[in-house]
Every structure is written in structure tokens, then in C-alpha cells.
Ligand binder design. Structure first.
Ligand code: SF4
Ligand code: SF4
Length: 283
């Protein structure tokens, strides 16, 4: 059981209009996988029946690449009494009028809050003027919205960031990386759900289980073979565990996520039900 669980973030799409170097879900315009409206209905029914989740968020990838599914998600979640937010990169804001029309439609569907991702990596693909316009439109419409920026100091070196950004960065000794730096693996308040029904404690590290109810009801951090190791000794312990099976553990990694991600990549064949799907590992 996960008594701390309050929010589930829906990965509405694994696809994106952009292909940022720091993206930890490897999103790209070439990825097509994403949720259908029917899946949204099924997942939301299961989540509502848990009785503990009060918030859901539509994200990705870029949730607006499946705009009709996002609208459906907001309507259904709101009808079930859940607070529904969304995250976007604002790439779709081609005019102020279009932004106004969509924000009005999204608010009518139940949207309570919009996060807008923008930073030096996003801006290679999305002009910051689109973000500024969207923020102005949200403010005028009375919708809570916020700019969400990753700084060079806050990059998590997993996913595409491990491949594209880590090679240029200084490293720390693996022996120092003894704590997971970003996720409450023992008592998460928020987890992610994708179009395959996988529930992610951290992107690519899942709960397992046949259904949402089963996964949440049966989860015991100390009995999850990978979470137990991470809770005990962090990425360093996971790297050492993988090394016993043949993983070439280096002396240094950029951060804990970098070591954790590389060890998990190696361990995927041994834990196919817990480490996936392919999208999260760039396959
Ligand atoms: S960081 Fe966001 S905008 Fe960039 S590729 Fe990933 S999902 Fe898309
Ligand atoms: S250390 Fe591993 S589990 Fe923790 S946030 Fe980083 S990648 Fe995720």
C-alpha cells in the first residue's frame, strides 16, 4: 500500500514537438505512443476507486500533441471530483487568439493549473515569446499558470540527459552517491502513469502489478527488489548490485540519477516487469 499517494501524473503522450537534450523521457516528434480516450476512462475509474488520490496532471512528452485526449482527461477527471492540471511546452501557441480559445476550452473542461516548461534547452525548439503569450493569456483568463525552468544545476542526468549532457560534465565519486536525490521512493505522494498502464516511481522504474489497484495495494518498498536497494544505499548500492551481474561501474558519475539510470539500463533484462517501457530507455 502507498498511504502517502495523493497525485498521479498521466503521460498522455510519449511524443513531443521538441527533442530537448535534458529530456528524461526521451520524448521526440518521432514517438507516437500515447493514451486513448478509452484508456483515460479506464485509468481514471481505477484511480477514483482507490479513494486516496485527489489530483491528476496531464503531461508527457507534450500532452497537447493529443489535445482531444487531454480535453477528455480534464473533463472526466473533474467529473470524478479530481483536481486536474496540465503541463505544456507552449509549442502550439501560434497566435494569441488561438491561445485564448484553447485556454477557455481547457478551463471549461476543468483545468485548474497549467505548468509551462521553458529554459535554455526548450528554447532551441520553442520561442520564449510563445511562453510569454501563453502566460499573459492565462493571467487574463484567471487560470493559475507558472513558468517551469530547469537550470544547469537542476538537470537530472537520466534518460536523454545521461546520453547527451553527461559526457561534458564533471563527475563525483560513485561511492558518494548513496541517496536517491529526487524521489520519495519509500512514501511517494506522486507517481506517473503511462499508456501501457505502467506506474512509475521514477521515470522507467515502475511498481509492477497487473492493474493500478493491484500495484498500489500490494506495493511494499522493502519487497520491491530495486527500490529496497535504492532505499538502503542509493544509486551506489544499485550500481554495486548491477556490477555483481556484470555492469561496468565507473569511478565517477555526474549525479545519482546518472549512475542509477545506467545501472537500471543494464538491469532491464533481469527485471523486464519493473524497468521499462522501451521509451523511457531511448529504445
Ligand atoms: S523536456 Fe519536455 S518539451 Fe523537451 S522533449 Fe522532453 S517532454 Fe518535450
Ligand atoms: S536516483 Fe534513480 S530513482 Fe532516484 S530520482 Fe534519480 S533516477 Fe530516479
Amino acid at each position: 500500500m502507498i498511504p502517502s499517494l495523493r497525485a498521479i501524473h498521466f503521460l498522455i503522450s510519449y511524443g513531443c514537438s521538441s527533442e530537448c537534450d535534458h529530456c528524461f523521457v526521451w520524448a521526440t516528434p518521432r514517438r507516437l505512443a500515447g493514451m486513448t480516450a478509452e484508456q483515460v476512462d479506464e485509468f481514471l475509474e481505477q484511480i477514483a476507486s482507490l479513494g486516496m488520490v485527489t489530483e491528476v496532471c496531464g503531461e508527457g512528452g507534450e500532452s497537447f500533441t493529443r489535445y482531444q485526449v487531454l480535453l477528455h482527461f480534464l473533463r472526466r477527471a473533474t467529473a470524478l471530483g479530481l483536481s486536474a492540471s496540465a503541463l505544456t511546452n507552449a509549442s502550439w501557441v501560434t497566435s494569441r487568439q488561438q491561445a485564448e480559445e484553447r485556454i477557455a476550452e481547457l478551463m471549461a473542461a476543468g483545468l485548474t493549473n497549467l505548468g509551462i516548461s521553458t529554459d535554455r534547452w526548450h528554447q532551441r525548439y520553442v520561442p520564449v515569446e510563445r511562453v510569454d503569450t501563453l502566460l499573459e493569456v492565462c493571467e487574463a483568463a484567471g487560470l493559475a499558470a507558472a513558468r517551469m525552468e530547469t537550470t544547469p544545476e537542476s538537470v537530472m542526468f537520466r534518460g536523454r540527459a545521461a546520453e547527451r549532457l553527461a559526457p561534458q560534465m564533471p563527475t563525483r565519486p560513485a561511492e558518494e552517491l548513496t541517496v536517491c536525490p529526487h524521489e520519495q521512493l519509500g512514501s511517494p505522494s506522486r507517481i506517473h502513469l503511462d499508456c501501457y498502464g505502467w506506474l512509475h516511481l521514477c521515470q522507467g522504474l515502475t511498481l509492477g502489478g497487473e492493474s493500478i489497484q493491484e500495484a498500489v495495494a500490494n506495493h511494499d518498498p522493502q519487497r520491491h527488489p530495486l527500490v529496497a536497494i535504492l532505499l538502503d544505499g542509493g544509486p551506489c548500492a544499485l550500481g554495486k548490485y548491477a556490477a555483481e551481474l556484470g555492469f561496468q561501474m565507473h569511478h565517477g558519475y555526474v549525479d545519482g540519477c546518472h549512475l542509477c539510470y545506467r545501472a537500471r539500463e543494464f538491469l532491464r533484462p533481469k527485471f523486464p516487469d519493473l524497468l521499462g517501457p522501451d521509451e523511457m530507455y531511448g529504445s
